[in-house]
Ligand binder design. Structure first.
Ligand code: PRX
Length: 655
């Protein structure tokens, strides 16, 4: 974001207070802020009371900066809190999931059904020798078995590591190896964009070499022909369906690892963010209830995120299920068979709460109002946004066209690392501004600071930092204890630095300004520049690569790569140049996954580097965003940018 854009942000005077009717019925009351301010640990202990603990904790918090333990001595089972509890308390017949496959097939799963299915899956995993503390990789389409698998792991104390189904074999293998997973749960494939895609071959490819994976459990979703390794592979229906549907969930320590979820950092190696049980469940459940104002008896809640991301973990599985929510789960893409698919589903299931990402909102805007206008969206009463800053225009469109001026919007800022929403309006309390995430939630202590660590006030921007431990904070980076300290707690003493820039406006509302590190945000997906660079240089034609995230009207940021070719590679004429960039894009998609495919690849002769050899991405971003190049006096060779700009203007930049 340019300086000018930053200073324009937050010059927003429109306010949208909640209606009196909404405020009167809202779960969150203003006193929550006071309670949290008065006693931070007592506040979180109170929220933890709403879970079912087999044994209550002895101590709420132990804080040895930067290591926190919450609810020490407490014993709890995550799966029990998500399912058994509801069945035992008489809510077993409530629908947990209205599942809709992309081809239009449906399944309705009540909480009683979930208990049966999760119990069978837990027994199946135990029969495969899975024990508490083991790691299970889940690589699935967006179908109920993904959730069932996660909860089955939690039930027996095995940590799940869900890997988004769009990742490549290499990315899958890297994550399987890092966590040393022993079982992979997958499917033959799934449905997307009107056709079946295959997943199992990706697993086969990933497991070609040496790993500790003993068994691959395969859900039959598409019935496509599937290659089989009889010693290793087992069909889900052969193993799980015949298991007993009785299973007693065992309580584990509050600090027992619940899951690992890999996310991109500033290096090429993804970070295995791990979360533990008691604190994570406490904060996801609390925030879900307050931010989304969930009324479990009457609401139909739909979070459109895939289970492969943290939003799917916290706000489709754990938070909502602990709160006994009825949810919609949809397998496919928003434009299959038509661009109104999401709206049709809102109408069909009478969705009341919709939680989605700005990139989809902007896509809907582009497709045109006729799609939402053709459906009955009057059931909606609250809208949420997550994953990247939402621009004021998209916010207004969301409010007017989807919410019909009748729904509070919660723009929720958080991260894989934070586990739960940290900054968001509270519906019924906060008078919102289009584009602002407004203020830290109760129990969250956030500040914006400058380069020297000084707290900045209203009207100023800086780095978003968190000052106090919170229950759902990550407990570490799997297998890399030092990386946790270094990455998150070393830049500013005593503070967690999230990697985001932020600004308080003149009214004290908080605006998120995007990442300030080498992490890109493409359609709400986190991708590291280093990861894409390393994929590019693994291609035989590439000597060196530098990648930046450039502003993109649709995807927030788009990946733009600058590459230096090895000697002898021909890209001089249009045909060979186009063939090369096409090949490079496909190569990155193969190495990492389709989400990392660059939008644009520019062939250059040199890259702008400082005297210490660091690539100055800021200057490349100027080029990628067609701006005048900024101050380049610290470059080892100040002429480089001139050469790059001249070279590019004489070449074809885009294909
Ligand atoms: O840059 C912020 C952006 O997404 C990053 C976290 O990405 P991830 O761990 O994949 O989690 C995404 C879903 C929680 C943050 O560092 N981000 C997330 N939500 C917002 C956001 N940026 C601005 N506004 C948001 N509401």
């Amino acid at each position: 974001m340019s300086k000018e854009e930053i200073s324009n942000l937050g010059n927003e005077n429109r306010r949208f207070p909640p209606s009196a009717a909404f405020a009167a019925q809202a779960n969150a009351k203003p006193s929550l802020y006071d309670e949290a301010d008065a006693d931070h640990t007592a506040f979180w202990a109170k929220q933890a009371e709403s879970l079912v603990w087999e044994k209550k904790w002895d101590q709420v918090l132990e804080w040895n900066l930067p290591f926190a333990q919450w609810f020490i001595g407490g014993k709890i089972n995550a799966s029990y809190n998500c399912i058994d509890r509801h069945v035992l308390e008489g809510r077993g017949d409530r629908v947990a999931f209205h599942f809709e496959g992309e081809p239009g097939d449906t399944r309705t799963l009540t909480y009683k059904d979930m208990l049966r299915e999760v119990s069978k899956a837990a027994n199946a995993l135990t029969s495969l020798g899975v024990k508490a503390g083991d790691r299970i990789a889940i690589y699935m389409p967006h179908i109920p078995e993904a959730v069932i698998s996660m909860l089955a792991c939690a039930r027996i104390g095995a940590a799940h590591s869900v890997i988004f189904g769009g990742f490549s074999a290499d990315s899958l293998l890297q994550r399987i190896q890092d966590a040393d997973a022993t079982i992979v749960i997958t499917a033959d494939g799934g449905f997307r964009k009107g056709a079946a895609f295959a997943l199992k071959p990706v697993v086969d490819e990933a497991l070609k070499g040496e790993t500790h994976v003993r068994k691959v459990l395969v859900v039959q979703r598409t019935k496509q022909e599937t290659a089989w390794n009889a010693e290793r592979d087992i069909w889900w229906h052969d193993l799980v369906d015949s298991q007993s549907d009785q299973h007693t969930a065992q309580a584990f320590d509050a600090e027992h690892v619940l899951f690992i979820l890999y996310t991109s950092g500033t290096t090429a190696k993804p970070k295995g963010i791990f979360h533990t049980t008691g604190g994570y469940l406490t904060q996801t459940a609390f925030t879900h209830k307050m931010v989304f104002d969930l009324k479990p008896e009457t609401d139909v809640y739909w979070c459109t995120a895939d289970v492969g991301w943290i939003t799917g973990h916290s706000y489709m599985v754990y938070g909502p299920m602990i709160n006994g929510a009825t949810q919609v789960m949809y397998e496919g893409t928003p434009d299959t068979p038509e661009k109104d698919r999401i709206f049709k589903l809102v109408e069909k299931y009478k969705v009341t709460i919709l939680y989605t990402a700005p990139t989809l909102i902007r896509t809907w805007m582009k497709w045109g109002d006729e799609f939402p206008n053709g459906c009955d969206l009057s059931s909606l009463r609250l809208l949420g946004s997550v994953g990247e800053p939402i621009n004021p225009e998209a916010w207004m469109w969301y409010r007017e066209v989807i919410g019909q001026n009748n729904c509070p919007i919660v723009d929720t800022w958080w991260q894989t690392e934070t586990g739960s929403i940290m900054v968001s309006p509270l519906p019924g309390i906060t008078s919102t501004k289009p584009g602002s995430a407004m203020r830290p939630l109760p129990g969250v202590d956030a500040t914006v600071i400058d380069d020297d660590g000084n707290i900045v006030g209203n009207g100023h921007s800086g780095y978003l930092t968190l000052n106090k431990p919170w229950p759902s904070m990550m407990r570490g980076v799997w297998g890399e204890p030092e990386r946790y300290k270094e990455t998150y707690w070393s830049r500013f003493e005593g503070k967690y630095f999230a990697g985001d820039g932020a600004k308080w406006d003149e009214d004290g509302a908080l605006w998120l300004l995007g990442r300030v590190d080498d992490v890109m945000n493409v359609s709400g997906h986190r991708i590291s520049t280093a990861e894409v660079e390393s994929a590019l240089v693994s291609h035989e034609a590439i000597a060196e690569a530098a990648v930046v995230g450039a502003n993109d009207a649709m995807t927030g940021q788009a990946i733009v790569a600058f590459v230096i070719l090895r000697g002898g590679i021909d890209h001089a004429n249009q045909e060979s140049g186009e063939a090369l960039t096409k090949d490079l894009k496909a190569h990155v998609a193969k190495e990492i996954g389709a989400i990392a495919r660059p939008r644009q690849i520019m062939v250059v002769n040199e890259l702008p580097k400082t005297r210490s050899g660091k690539i100055m991405r800021r200057l490349l971003r100027d080029v990628a965003e067609n701006r005048a190049v900024g101050d380049s006096t610290t470059l080892a060779d100040p002429n480089v940018m001139k050469l790059i700009s001249e070279g590019l203007s004489s070449a074809k930049q885009e294909d």
